[in-house]
Design a protein around this ligand. Structure first.
Ligand code: ADP
Ligand code: MG
Length: 344
């Protein structure tokens, strides 16, 4: 509950919206059941009924993605990522095309980001997840996983062993000890597809935030006035900077979202595939780019990259900008980030 309250506070910060479009009113809806976090939908519309129809459509679409991309729960009549994991080494699983597309996207981007974000890292991430949950429940007896245990699990994280058969719409994990964890990319990817669906239906001005994974549809007034999206300071949730974006996504990966404490040190939830330990480069990395799936994927991948490499990589991509909060609190920007920073 505390988590939800602090998230709500953070969101009210992030979605500081002012002004009122001519003849249109600002509406906002919040949903708590999706992706284990708070979803906020904002739009300026003529009527409450119009907004209810819109926000219900967003909620239902996101809920379908939530069920398909879930690695922890089963749903009646749904073959999801958990079903794929449960059948690792046993049989190919027939799945919805929305799963195949997510896996193809993640495999493609894996290669482009030097393996820094690996959806086949499930075996390693599950160990960290279990130790973290146990450590949060019983802080007195919190411990770190053994490196031997992590290394053994890391032998079962080969992304090429995700066998996708597009013709038959099946996915098969050919290593029985491997599993998928799409936590680094699923939320953003789902938000992106949902935003695209909304655009196809003619909605041209709205904001969707799933746990701070923000995607703007068009501009705030439909005429180019940008949305203001705050980026939080990782230390105290205060505002680090305010951005102005239209038709873009803002996504942050940070050490403050999920962590536990062992011997006075905090161990967070983004694991460097090279060390198998929580990545130590930054406090937070924020990505701005048009595609929210890409922003989510990159926020995690760049979080696991040394700064020089991450900077060169981000600068090489067109339409993608990043801001890094270093461990000592210093803030660094990619070459063209500042165009999105609100100036007053
Ligand atoms: P959040 O989900 O908290 O918004 P991220 O997008 O950075 O933040 O995703 C973190 C999640 O990604 C972790 O909870 C875990 O499930 C997964 N993850 C952690 N490290 C990696 C990694 N190196 N490669 C792929 N997935 C990872
Ligand atoms: Mg991410």
């Amino acid at each position: 509950m505390k988590k939800i309250i602090s998230l709500l506070l953070a969101l009210s910060f992030s979605l500081t919206l002012s002004g009122c479009r001519q003849g249109k009113k600002r509406y906002e809806a919040q949903f708590l059941q999706l992706f284990d976090t708070v979803t906020t939908v904002v739009a300026y519309m003529d009527s409450k009924d119009g907004f209810t129809e819109f926000s219900s459509m967003i909620r239902d679409t996101l809920n379908t993605y939530h069920q398909l991309y879930d690695i922890y729960h089963d749903y009646d009549g749904v073959q999801n990522i958990k079903t794929i994991n449960d059948n690792a080494g046993k049989r190919p699983v027939k799945v919805d095309n929305r799963i195949i597309e997510l896996l193809k996207f993640s495999k493609r981007t894996y290669a482009e980001t030097g393996g820094r974000c690996n959806i086949a890292l499930g075996a390693v991430l599950k160990i960290w997840h279990d130790y973290r949950e146990a450590g949060i429940d019983n802080p007195e007896s919190a411990v770190l996983p053994e490196m031997d245990e992590l290394k053994e699990a890391a032998r079962h994280t080969d992304i090429d062993k995700i066998i996708i058969d597009e013709e038959n719409s099946t996915v098969f994990l050919s290593d029985p000890k491997m599993s998928l964890d799409v936590g680094a990319v699923a939320k953003g990817y789902a938000v992106e597809q949902t935003a695209r669906l909304a655009q196809e239906k003619g909605y041209d001005s709205a904001l969707i935030s799933v746990g701070g994974n923000v995607r703007a549809i068009g501009s705030k007034d439909g005429k180019g006035k940008p949305w203001n999206i705050g980026v939080q300071n990782p230390d105290d949730n205060s505002e680090l900077l305010m951005t102005e974006i239209s038709g873009r996504s803002v996504v942050t990966s940070g050490i403050y979202q999920r962590y536990y404490t062992v011997n006075g040190r905090e161990y967070h939830h983004i694991i460097d595939p090279q060390t198998l330990m929580p990545s130590e480069y930054y406090k937070a990395v924020t990505i701005i780019c048009p595609d929210s799936g890409m922003a989510d994927y990159l926020s995690t991948a760049v979080f696991n990259m040394p700064y020089e490499e991450g900077l060169a990589y981000i600068n090489s991509l067109s339409g993608v900008e990043a801001v890094w909060v270093m461990r000592d609190g210093e803030v660094r920007y990619s070459d063209n980030f500042k165009q999105y920073v609100k100036s007053d």
